[in-house]
Design a protein around this ligand. Structure first.
Ligand code: PHE
Length: 444
């Protein structure tokens, strides 16, 4: 028995939910570093082009599949390509987000922990070794990982409108307000200018094929592509909405947030006289050190706001991942409650192993990588691009052009003039772009 599917209430709700998925840890701890390392403004230009010609077309392809079918990823493939092998793509894009959520929620747990620590004014200048000993301990990260999963599941339990829509409607404006405040604070610190320079000073000599592939990979990850999240959210988008507008709006906010995050983080890093690093260390090691250096109540408050922002950004992404699996199970006849609880336990379990791989299970290696790193590489470098490639090939080559046009143009009433161009991108350029990313990952 199928119950009626919920829909997002408005265009704004769609964009906020999708932007919530897109804006996440990738924007805060990877983009600023990549931009600085790879040529500043030159990288940002390459990144914008990668978004326009690679990520946006795939975003639109996923949106078309999602809204056309009105189904979860697996159901979508069965509906639009009945009896074909494409259903394996539907299955792949249910499995990948569950693995991704498993380790993403470990990092989500770290941000819970650091938010608590900030609230307790723990960043008092003496944070040396704090992060290392925290993640390699057994129980504390497991506890906060569990909290993160429970909150994610609670939002999903409430449903599409009362859960995802309401949560993102409240938190996304808050997130932007927080980051704008942090930017203002950060760029007014003495010595902050070097950080601004690091981000924007154009150095075109750094741009090579590697940098282009990095930009494409980052654009892809940042827009949450290839794991069925956009597809699933699009299945809740009403037929009246303009898919080009929701895709463009999401990409715009995602890019804006990445830039703002850069201007919030890097000037503070340079003002403190530190060399910027990448990844977890930048956020969980460097920033607490900087907050501690301030020796002031303001430093303590800024720390709270910073980790609140990171936590919110992580949560609005994690709910989009869990929803992919829940939509899949609900379509197979499970209740939303059962589906959510079951998958919460599954991803909690994956997360436990990932979390322990920093401590007691550190000796366990897969292809020379810790379990956490292995799953991260597997998803970001392989399964996500593979999912994205197949989605865009599905729309460009398997679906009939008339159907694609119908969905993209809302029955010939919108976006008619850009259709041919977007179709060309989905059919040719985007697949080629992903293959370039693959090859670079393979050869590097
Ligand atoms: N886009 C998110 C980020 O930048 C990560 C993500 C990927 C979320 C895929 C959902 C799906 O952190």
């Amino acid at each position: 028995m199928k119950t009626a599917r919920e829909h997002f209430g408005s265009r704004l709700a769609v964009i906020l939910a999708m932007a919530g998925s897109a804006i996440g840890l990738g924007n805060i701890w990877r983009f600023p570093y990549l931009a600085g390392q790879n040529g500043g403004a030159a990288f940002i230009i390459v990144y914008i082009v990668a978004m326009l010609v690679l990520a946006l077309p795939i975003f639109i392809a996923e949106s078309i599949i999602g809204r056309r079918s009105g189904c979860d990823t697996f159901g979508a493939m069965r509906k639009l390509a009945p009896g074909s092998k494409w259903r394996w793509l539907g299955l792949l894009t249910v499995i990948t987000p569950m693995i991704l959520l498993g380790y993403y929620s470990v990092v989500g747990g770290w941000s819970v922990d650091y938010f608590f620590k900030a609230c307790a004014f723990r960043f008092d200048g003496n944070t040396e070794g704090l992060f290392g000993s925290f993640i390699s301990s057994t129980w504390e990260p497991l506890f906060t990982h569990s909290v993160f999963i429970v909150v994610t599941a609670a939002i999903i339990l409430l449903g599409v409108k009362k859960g995802i829509e309401l949560f993102t409607k409240i938190t996304m404006p808050l997130l932007f307000a927080l980051i704008v405040f942090l930017v203002v604070y950060s760029i007014t610190l003495p010595g902050a200018f070097k950080g601004v320079e690091y981000l924007v000073k154009p150095d075109f000599s750094k741009v090579d094929i590697n940098v282009v592939a990095t930009a494409m990979g980052q654009a892809f990850f940042s827009l949450s592509l290839g794991v069925g999240t956009i597809l699933t959210y699009a299945s809740y988008v009403s037929k009246k909405e303009n898919l080009l507008v929701s895709a463009g709006g999401t990409a715009f906010f995602d890019l804006l947030f990445a830039l703002l995050a850069g201007f919030a983080v890097m000037p503070a890093v340079f003002a403190a006289g530190i060399q910027p690093g990448e990844g977890a260390g930048l956020v969980f090691d460097t920033l607490p050190f900087i907050f501690g250096q301030m020796h002031s109540v303001l430093g303590g408050v800024v720390a709270i706001l910073f980790f609140l922002a990171i936590l919110v950004a992580a949560l609005t992404s994690s709910i989009s991942l869990l929803e992919v699996g829940v939509a899949f199970l609900v379509e197979r006849g499970y209740s939303r409650t059962k589906a959510t609880i079951g998958l919460a336990f599954l991803t909690w379990g994956i997360g436990i192993v990932c979390s322990l791989s920093f401590g007691p299970l550190a000796g366990v290696k897969i292809l020379d990588l810790s379990i956490f790193d292995f799953l991260d590489k597997l998803c970001s470098n392989w399964l996500m691009p593979l999912g994205g490639l197949l989605f865009t090939v599905f729309v460009g080559w398997k679906m009939s052009k008339a159907d694609v046009r119908d969905e993209f143009t809302n029955g010939g009433t919108r976006n008619v003039r850009v259709f041919e161009f977007v179709y060309f991108l989905m059919r040719y350029l985007a697949p080629v772009g992903i293959v370039v990313v693959f090859l670079t990952n393979l050869l590097m």
